[in-house]
Design a protein around this ligand. Structure first.
Ligand code: FAD
Length: 412
């Protein structure tokens, strides 16, 4: 009997970690990892940070060392797009030409930048930042210096702005919200990040969006919704991403803000799984679908999907987590908090070293540590405990977070 074929579509972090896990679990069938990009799988966080600034080598960004896929007998196919899935026949079409049968299929097609829907957005010099190729172009622009307008003060825009300032460029950031990420994290954290950027010389135009880009072939000025004109050498848009669901929905798979999967990462079609940025996964803790667009989710959900493909018991219940580095401000955030009642702090926000907790009905639903380290596990335990905590204890640096979460501590 021939060995089974497991096909993974999308050769980025989710897909690469899934392929690795299949082999780690002893799967000895055929593993095909198919990616549209010309590169072997790489991590994206360096693309707004050290790699963008020219401080780290390309090699550092790859998920695995060269030779890994050959050693593991993973057939890595780069520069090839899966253009169709036939779930009835268990086949995928590659580049619209040849087809390939599968026994299990993982969709790890990720997300792509939301385009700015204004006049002039297709001018040269208006960039997005998702791929290594995008980053190489922007790395060269940072090298050349000049003036850049950043559209969007979310994480990508903010990290790009920080790196551009660190390389000495004049940076203007536009965002229609009054404060960066205010909708997600509230006023205090928004104000903290606004001040961090202002202190580093970024010109923040908050409460204003982009109205149009103008230039003769290439962008040379940006008009804001407030009627201001900003001269620039180039612009970078970071206004969010959209999950790449088209392949799945064309094949009739259920999707709603991402490919719908259960906690075992199974789609609505037998034998087809989805994970990473593209997956809207039923979350056992939150009892609702959650789609996470962050590195740690790709890192863990890819392998979980691999185990599920092998028929192992899986119930993916990681608490969403992400990190961000801007200038000398490092941050980790854990949780899922679309709504909260209040935000409380441990430590002084103005000092730049603090923890913030988002509370809902007295329970911690989100936690952020800024330039304070080795607390993330405790923050996650607090969230998982789902029991009311006393604000006085939570905000008192002398009280152990692990104890508050009911975790055993050293000496207890
Ligand atoms: C610049 C940048 C910086 C980031 N920094 C951070 C950070 O600091 N902290 C953090 O927590 N997260 C960060 N993230 C988010 C993190 O990188 C993503 O969550 C992660 O890359 C998701 O991995 P993925 O494999 O699910 O999807 P993706 O990385 O989007 O990869 C999907 C891959 O699938 C391929 N593909 C799509 N469709 C097809 C098809 N039909 N056929 C073949 N291939 C296909 C795509 O070409 C792509 O290579 C950052 C993201 C970016 C873009």
């Amino acid at each position: 009997m021939s060995k089974p074929t497991f096909v993974i579509v999308g050769a980025s972090l989710t897909g690469a970690k899934a392929a690795e896990e299949l082999r780690a679990q002893g799967f000895d069938g055929r593993v095909m990892l198919i990616g549209a990009e010309p590169e072997r799988p790489y991590e994206r966080p360096p693309l707004t940070k050290d790699y963008l600034r020219g401080e780290s080598a390309r090699e550092m960004a790859y998920v695995h060392p060269g030779g890994f896929y050959e050693q593991q007998e993973i057939e890595l196919v780069t520069g090839v797009t899966v253009t169709a899935i036939d779930p009835g026949a268990s086949r995928v079409t590659l580049d619209g030409r040849r087809t390939l049968g599968y026994d299990r299929l993982l969709l790890a097609t990720g997300a792509e930048p939301r385009r700015v829907p204004v006049p002039g957005a297709d001018l040269d010099g208006v960039y997005y930042l998702r791929t290594l190729a995008d980053c190489d172009l922007l790395r060269a622009r940072l090298e050349a210096g000049g003036r850049v307008v950043v559209v969007g003060a979310g994480w990508i825009g903010s990290e790009f702005a920080a790196s551009a300032r660190q390389r000495g460029l004049d940076v203007t950031v536009l965002d229609p919200q009054p404060l960066p990420n205010e909708r997600i994290f509230g006023r205090e954290i928004g104000a903290f990040y606004r001040d961090v950027h202002a202190q580093h010389g970024v010109d923040l135009l908050l409460g204003e969006g982009v109205d149009s880009f103008e230039g003769n072939g290439a962008v040379s000025r940006v008009w804001t919704t407030g009627g201001r004109r900003i001269e620039c050498d180039f612009a970078v848009a970071g206004i969010g991403v959209v999950p790449r669901t088209g392949l799945a929905t064309d094949a009739g798979l259920a999707a709603d803000n991402g490919i719908a999967v259960d906690d075992k990462l199974r789609t609505s079609a037998p034998g087809i799984f989805a994970a990473g940025d593209v997956a809207s996964a039923w979350h056992p803790l939150y009892q609702r679908p959650v789609r996470v667009e962050h590195w740690a989710n790709a890192l863990h959900q890819g392998p979980a999907a691999a185990r599920a493909m092998l028929g192992q018991p899986v119930s993916y219940d990681h608490i969403p987590y992400f990190f961000s580095d801007q200038y000398d401000v490092g941050m980790e955030y854990s949780g899922y908090a679309p709504q909260w009642d209040e935000v409380v702090f441990r430590g002084d926000v103005a000092s730049g070293e603090f923890l913030a907790f988002w509370l809902r009905e007295g329970c911690v639903v989100g936690g952020m540590n800024v330039n304070v380290w080795d607390v993330n596990e405790d923050v996650q335990a607090l969230i998982r405990a789902r029991k009311p905590v006393e604000v006085a204890a939570l905000t008192d640096s002398g009280t152990s977070l692990a104890e508050l979460a009911g975790q055993p501590t050293a000496g207890s």
